[in-house]
Design a protein around this ligand. Structure first.
Ligand SMILES: [Mg+2]
Length: 260
């Protein structure tokens, strides 16, 4: 699995051969280091400057594809001209889109009910954060002692079980999060395909991500002839063919792209 900076000249040749490039990034763990509380994850000045500069160039379409709620993501990033995909792509804005997956809002009542149960059942767990993002639900246990990990997971599974058994909701897991999501065939991969279609001119896609929900995004860009970049310590399980060590290195790549 090559480190992206080790093969940078060949990446540059590939980017130069494309009329336009679609640059997409996950947010937490990719553009910013993962921090104790989600609201504290802010872009470094350098990354912010580079993203703004790239968004202003005709050659690039730049977007952020995150599990956060769209409104939260837009406020945190707040860079003009970006495409924003929230709730793993169930809601998106930019490129003239104001998209909400047509089937997603119908799951709101079920997610609210699971949220209500979890807020009660996890009340005693130190550091737990139950975040109902309307279209998906995330339980964060980064600040919770490791000894509670299994309990948190099984409590989420039990609370969502009636809806999961009925085929309505599904459970996914990431770094110190368990999520409850509508059981729709829609995730970052489908979102990236839709963003690419909206571009209209078949741009070369690149997607950077660090977690499980980014994997179908990696597949989507590689199927389209683009580049998938896994961010983090090297691991076997990812389907991405390239890697960077950290969000700081993503920042370096952004600065190199600005200079191209
Ligand atoms: Mg991430």
């Amino acid at each position: 699995m090559p480190h992206l900076l080790n093969i940078w000249p060949s990446v540059c040749r590939q980017l130069a051969s494309a009329p336009r490039v679609l640059l997409l990034f996950d947010y937490d763990g990719t553009l910013t280091p993962i921090v104790a509380r989600p609201e504290l994850a802010t872009l470094s000045d350098e990354t912010r400057r580079s993203l703004s500069a790239l968004a202003g160039m005709d050659r690039y379409v730049v977007g952020v594809v995150s599990g956060r709620a769209l409104a939260d993501l837009e406020v945190l990033v707040a860079i003009h001209g970006l495409v924003y995909a929230g709730n793993h792509g169930l809601e998106m804005r930019g490129l003239g889109m104001d998209f909400v997956h047509p089937e997603a809002p119908a799951f709101g009542a079920s997610l609210a009910e699971v949220t209500r149960l979890l807020e009660r059942e996890l009340m005693e767990v130190p550091g737990i954060l139950v975040d109902n993002k309307r279209l998906t639900l995330t339980v964060h246990f980064r600040n919770t002692p490791d000894s509670y990990g299994a309990l948190v997971d099984s409590t989420v599974v039990a609370a969502a079980a009636p809806y999961v058994d009925a085929g309505q909701l599904k459970i996914t897991r990431g770094k110190k999060v368990v999520e409850v999501r509508p059981n729709l065939d829609w995730g970052k991969g489908k979102a990236i395909e839709k963003i690419r279609e909206e571009c209209g001119d078949n741009p070369l896609p690149m997607f950077f991500g660090d977690d499980e929900t980014d994997e179908d995004g990696f597949v989507a860009v590689q199927d389209a002839g683009g580049l998938a970049v896994y961010v983090g310590p090297i691991r076997e399980r990812t389907l991405a063919l390239h890697h960077l060590d950290s969000p700081a290195e993503v920042g370096q790549v952004l600065a190199l792209l600005v200079q191209l």
